[in-house]
Write a protein that binds this ligand. Sequence first.
Ligand code: SF4
Length: 334
Amino acid sequence: MEVCGGHTAAIHRHGLKALIPSGIELVSGPGCPVCVTETVYIDHAIQLAQRDNTTIATFGDLARVPGSCGTLNGARSRGADIRIVYSPLDALRFAAKNPKREVVLLAIGFETTAGPIAETLGQAIDSNQPNFKVLCGLKTMPNALRVLLSDPETSIDGLILPGHVAVITGTEPFRFIPAEFGVSCSVSGFEAIDLLDSIYEIVCAIRGARPELTNRYCRAVRDQGNVAARKLIDRVFVKTSSRWRGLGEIADSGLRIRDEYAKWDAGTIPVHVKQSVDHPSCRCSEILRGAAKPIECPLFGTTCTPDAPIGACMVSSEGACAAVYQFEDVAPYA
Ligand code: SF4
């Protein structure tokens, strides 16, 4: 399994599935940020967007993810002020220039994204910017992998570990994978040669029956990770349980804003979020666990396409369904 959505996109872009022997099957995992963000988060963001004098700042993909009653883009077409940002700092600058508006930054992603969000939140705290808030849906990867490997519905022989996450965490938090589960894993970069190298290392370890963790992205990933980034993160966030699409509630797999900084926490704004619902035929939850393939979804390529996604995995280029739709020559499920 390639855990990271960036790896899913790279594997398809480089046509690697056609290059590896038929005995090796690659399946996508839960490492696409918008894919694992639960519908309730989108519903919550839409409720916030409908408040007076409120601006929502978000990365572009998230605005296209279906919630229970439409997308953030849909809310924008009905008049909500939703702005796409390319850096979290853009949202803070907008807040400083528009003191009469409450600016809510939608924060999803993994350890990689947590650093820039933490830096932005830290600047908001230091400058006491009162009209800037963060709706925190950040997640952390190691415990999600623990749940995945314990799932009897999946049969994963090896893991290609997320290179960008490991830049921040280092390799240490992943050592339990061979030690506790006997599963080999390899931190990989994003070039074709990086991925092939990691797959080769994993297969050699399986053949030799010596489960191990290898770091094949050592030009970017150090064993100790990025200590400075983790300090930024620890200053403003604390670990919490988090709900993942497909994996459910996982202890210590998310980040929340520390209590002392609650005034910058958009989660404290009272809004009413109804029971969230997904499309009944969407199989994103199984796909994110490697328990189903995109083409096994009855909506794939017919009702659900990248132009009109029904489920989260069809939104981003890092989503398993979108990658298969774009790069694999497969007929829709019949
Ligand atoms: Fe969900 Fe669409 Fe993928 Fe089906 S094809 S699992 S509806 S994203």
